[in-house]
Design a protein around this ligand. Sequence first.
Ligand code: PLP
Ligand code: COI
Length: 340
Amino acid sequence: MSENIDWSSLGFGYVPTEFNVRCTYSNGEWGELRVMEDPTINLHISAAVLHYAQECFEGLKAFRGVDGKVRIFRIEENGKRLQDSCRGIKMPELPLDKFQEAILKVVKLNEKFIPPYGSGASLYIRPVLFGTTPLVGVKPATEFEFVVFVTPVGPYFKGGFQATPFMLSRKYDRAAPLGTGSLKVGGNYAAGMTATVDSHDLGYSAVFYLDPKEKKYIDECGAANFFAIKGNSYITPKSSSILPSITNKSLSILAEDLGMTVERRPIAVEELSTFDEAGACGTAAVISPVSKIVDIDNNHIYEFSKDGKPGEKCTALYNKLRAIQHGEEEDTHGWITFLD
Ligand code: PLP
Ligand code: COI
C-alpha cells in the first residue's frame, strides 16, 4: 500500500495501485466508464489483440505541485494521439471527453499513490485500447476495451537527470518507411525488443534508430525522441517514422520561450559531431541527456559529456519543464489540467 512506498527510490516499474477505469466498445458505440479493483482482464484466447496486435496505448503523468495541487500534463494531446493510433490500425476512436473523464477519475481514485512534491517521482498514467473480438482471419475486431491504470514511477533511465551512453546501429529498425512508426501501437515496441535488450546487455541506455529507408538520418532513440543543441538552436528530427512526442513538442515551445531557435528537419548521422549537447525526451524519459552515441557499425564515438553532467541548455529546458509540471512556474501555454 502507498504508506510503504519509498517514493524517492522508485524506478520505472509497475507498483500496484487500487483502481483502474474501463470502457467497452460494442454494437458500434462506447459504453459508460466502469471502475474496477481487479487488475486483470478476462480475454478470449482468440482475441484480436493477442494474435494481430490490434492495440495502442498512451503515457502521461500527474504531478503533486509545490502548492499541493495535482497537475496532469497535456491530457488533450495524449487523447488526440490515441485517436490517431486508433485510426491508424482500424480501431474506433475514443471521444476526447471520455478519455479525459477516465484519466481524471483514475487519478482521483488513486490519489494516495501520487508521489509527494520533491520526491522526484510522479504518477504515470497508462491508457491502453485493444481489440477483444475472437477471430482467426486477419481483420479488425468489432469489440474493443479501453483501460486506464496508474502507477507511481521514478526515472526511466538509471541515475535520473544525468548523461548516459547510447548506441547507434544500422542492424535494427523499429518501423518501416510507410509503416506504423508514427503511431503508439504495441507492435512497434515488439519490433524494437531485440534492439532494447542488446543495447542494455552492452551497457547502453537505448538504441538510436536511423530512418528505415536510407539509413542516413537519425529517427529516435529507444522509447524517446531525439533532440540536439547547437549554439542557440534546438534541433530535432523530422521523420514520418517516429512518434510525434508531446514532450518534444513542449520542449520546442519552451526552447523558443528561452530565446532559442527551433529546427525540425532531417539530421544526418555525421551531423552528430557538430552538436554541443544531445538528449532523449519523452514522458517517461523526461529529458535524459546523452553522454555519447557509439556508432557500433563504424566504431565511431560522438561525445557530448565527458563527466556525465548534463549540458547547460538541456538543464535549462529540464528545469523549465519540471517547474511548469510542479506549479513552480506559471503554465502560460495551457498544458495543465488540475485535479479537483
Ligand atoms: N518515441 C517513442 C517511441 C515513445 O514510446 C515515446 C513515449 O511515449 C516517445 C517517443 C515520447 O513521446 P511523449 O513525449 O509523447 O511521451
Ligand atoms: C512514455 O514515455 O510514456 C512511454 O510510453 C515510453 C515507454 C515506457 C514505452
